[in-house]
Design a binder for this molecule. Sequence first.
Ligand SMILES: [Fe+2]
Length: 418
Amino acid sequence: MSTSPPDGEAPWWSFSTAGRVSFGVGCSRFLPEVVADLGHRVLICTDANLVRAGVIEPIATALRSLPGLEVLVYDEGQAEIGFEGAEVCVARVMDFAPTVVVGIGGGSNLDLAKVVAARLGDTRRISSWTTEGVPATALPVVALPTTAGTGSEVTPIAVLTDELHHTKVGFQSRVLLPRAVLVDPALTLSCPSRVTAYSGMDALTHAIESFTAISFEDKATQKYFDQAFVGKNPVSDALAKEAITLIGRSLVTAVWSGEDLLARTDMALGSLLAGMAFASAGTAIVHALQYPLGALTKTAHGLGNAVLLPSAVRFNLSVRQSEAAQVARLLGSLARADSEAASELPDILANLALAVGITPNLRSLGVKDDDLPSLAAAGGRITRLVSNNPRPVDDVALTEVLRAALDYVPGVDPDSTP
Ligand SMILES: [Fe+2]
C-alpha cells in the first residue's frame, strides 16, 4: 500500500470503542465513582429477572450510598425490546430527568439504555430515526453486561424490534457508544446455560465475521463520519483471533458448568474483544440473514447466528481460505495444509453448536423450503451488512447459503451429494 496516497483516496481504517473499558472479577464495585463522574441523577435500565436474581439491589444500594446521587431503577427491559417498549421507558422516566443512564443486563437492556439516553434529549419518536437518523447527542451511558455476549457495551449500535413492520432495526451512531464499561465476569455467573450458549455463539460469530469480512482495502472510500464498518483491519484481526481462542477453549465449560469463574472470565473477555472487533470491521451475511430469520421464527439472535454460521463460512471459503484455516486451528484443527484446515471449519462450528445444545440447521427452527427466497431477499436488503461480506452476494447466493443451512449435517459435504 502506498504511504503517500494520491488525493486522499487510498484505503484507510479506523477504530473506536467505549470511552473507558474496565475488566475483571469484581470491577462492578467501581460503578458509583464511574457514575458520579458523569452525572447525579442515575437511571438504571435493567429487567425483572436480574432484580429477582439479586443482581440489581446491591448495585443500586451502592449508588444510593454516595451523597448527591439519586437513583431510579427501570426494570421492565425485555429480550428483543421494540420501539414502543423503549418509548414506554422514556415516558416513565422523563419526570426523573436522568443525567446519566446505566445499562445492566444482556444486549437488549444495554441497547435500551443507549436508545433511551439518546431519546431523552430529543422530541422525535424512535420510529422516526429510521428515516431521519439518530439524535446528534445523548446522555452518557455506563454499560455492565451480564451475558457474554452481544458486545453491545463497546459498539455504536442499538438493535430494536420495529413492531409495526415486524423486523429488527439496527441504529448505528457514534453517540450510541457507552462512555464507560465495567465488564465483571462475576455478573455472568447467574446466566442460564441456554442463554450462555446462544450469547456465546453470537460472540463467536462476531469474531469470525469480523476476521473474514471484506478487507478495509476493498471497501469503497467514504467520508470520515459516514464510515460505519470499515472492514477487516489489523486491530480487528488481532482482537478477533484472541476472542476466538478464548471462546473456543471455554464456551462448552461455561455452558455446562456455569459456576466455573475461569470459563466465565474467558467468555466475558472473548465477548468483549469480539464486540470491539466487529464494531470496527463489521459483521456480514450471518447477521444480515439472522434479522429476518429471527423475525420469522421468533428465536434468539445467537441461536439463529449459530445455525447460519457453518453454511456462511463454507460459502466464503473460496475467498477466505487463509483466515478460515487460522480460525479452524484456533478452534483445535490439527490439519497442516490451509486447504484442509479451512475445509474443516464449517463442521468444527456445527459440532461446537451441537456441543452446547444447538441443532445447527434451519429446519430445527421451523424454517421451510418456501421461506428461503423471502428470507434471502430481506437479508439482502440490509446493505450495511451484506456489503461487508468478502464474496459479493445477491438473492440467489443468499438463498444458496440458506438452502445449505436448511438441513446441515456435519460430515456431509452438500457439493458431493446428488
Ligand atoms: Fe450479534
